[in-house]
Design a protein around this ligand. Structure first.
Ligand SMILES: [Zn+2]
Ligand SMILES: [Zn+2]
Length: 300
């Protein structure tokens, strides 16, 4: 039997659901373009940083860009269109962390440059402008995650306890839910309505050990709760991570759907029937965010 082709969302997950990958891209959005910049702001080893930068260039998310340094030419990196297109995912990640994860040093506010105000995100459907949450959408899926395990693990697992130096990139809660492939797949499956251990195992073709580990971590993090009947249900905190997953699915459709990769999972907005394309509106002025119209303001 021919092995099942890994679909677009499975591929997208394999590319993006990795803590260091996401943090390196986040720093790129914050203006980092040189090796030393990542090295200084993320508490990352040379080996890990080099491997990730190579991987990001291979995947077409960053591209090499040389710059002059005292007469010497050095190599820097710039976001490609493909890499830059994850901006919505990063904003939703930020917004979720800020809302749901208490911390000693507060995560800075997002400021909308168009209105100049610190603001929060309102998630809408780009096609009809209607509100979007997991209950306003329906999911069509083919078997999408089987095959995830066939993606070679390109990177060693992130060392626990290694934390970014700069609080702007300290997103421990969000990285639990989106910073590893299996965790992101488990929560994504929960958002499509799966609750029972066996159903997760079947849907994701995931080993029981890995599944138990992720479910336990999600219960500890408060995104899932285990009910008396042994099922795992999303809490409000878990349900609120929906926009992050919706952005991941949208990005995967756009950037990983070529080369014969089947569309394995589609989120449809019930109100208009269209595949969900997320629009992020400013809660203060109501206008839609653009990629370069938001930036964090550091706490004083
Ligand atoms: Zn709509
Ligand atoms: Zn605004």
């Amino acid at each position: 039997m021919r092995p099942q082709e890994l679909g677009a969302v499975g591929r997208g997950l394999g590319l993006l659901a990795d803590t260091w990958t996401l943090l390196i891209l986040q720093r790129a959005f914050l203006g980092v373009s040189r090796y030393a910049g990542w090295r200084e702001t993320l508490n990352i080893s040379d080996a890990t940083l080099s491997a990730r930068l190579r991987g990001l260039v291979d995947a077409g998310l960053l591209e090499p860009r040389s710059y002059a340094d005292g007469g010497r030419e050095r190599r820097g990196y710039a976001l490609t269109e493909r890499g830059g297109d994850i901006w919505k995912l990063l904003i939703c990640t930020w917004d979720w962390e800020k809302t749901w994860v208490p911390r000693e040093v507060p995560l800075p506010e997002i400021v909308h440059r168009d209105c100049g105000r610190p603001t929060r995100v309102r998630v809408c459907c780009a096609a009809c402008g209607g509100a979007v949450g997991p209950r306003d959408t329906e999911v069509e899926r083919e078997p999408w995650a089987p095959g995830l395990d066939r993606l070679a693990r390109r990177h060693p697992r992130r060392t626990r306890g290694a934390l970014p130096v700069d609080p702007l990139s300290f997103l421990p809660g969000a990285m639990e839910i989106i910073g590893d492939r299996w965790g992101a797949a488990v929560l994504g499956a929960a958002l499509t309505g799966i609750r029972a251990f066996n159903c997760f195992a079947l849907e994701l073709a995931i080993s029981p050990e890995v599944l138990s580990d992720r479910l336990r971590r999600f219960v500890a993090l408060g995104v899932l709760s285990r009910s008396g009947d042994g099922e795992y249900r999303l809490t409000d905190k878990g349900r609120a991570s929906f926009p992050i997953h919706a952005c991941l699915v949208e990005w995967s459709h756009r950037w990983c759907g070529g080369d014969g990769a089947p569309i394995d999972l589609t989120i449809r907005h019930r109100a208009c029937g269209q595949p969900l394309c997320v629009r992020l509106d400013c809660e203060q002025c109501g206008r839609a965010f653009a990629r370069d119209s938001v930036s964090p303001v550091r706490p004083r």
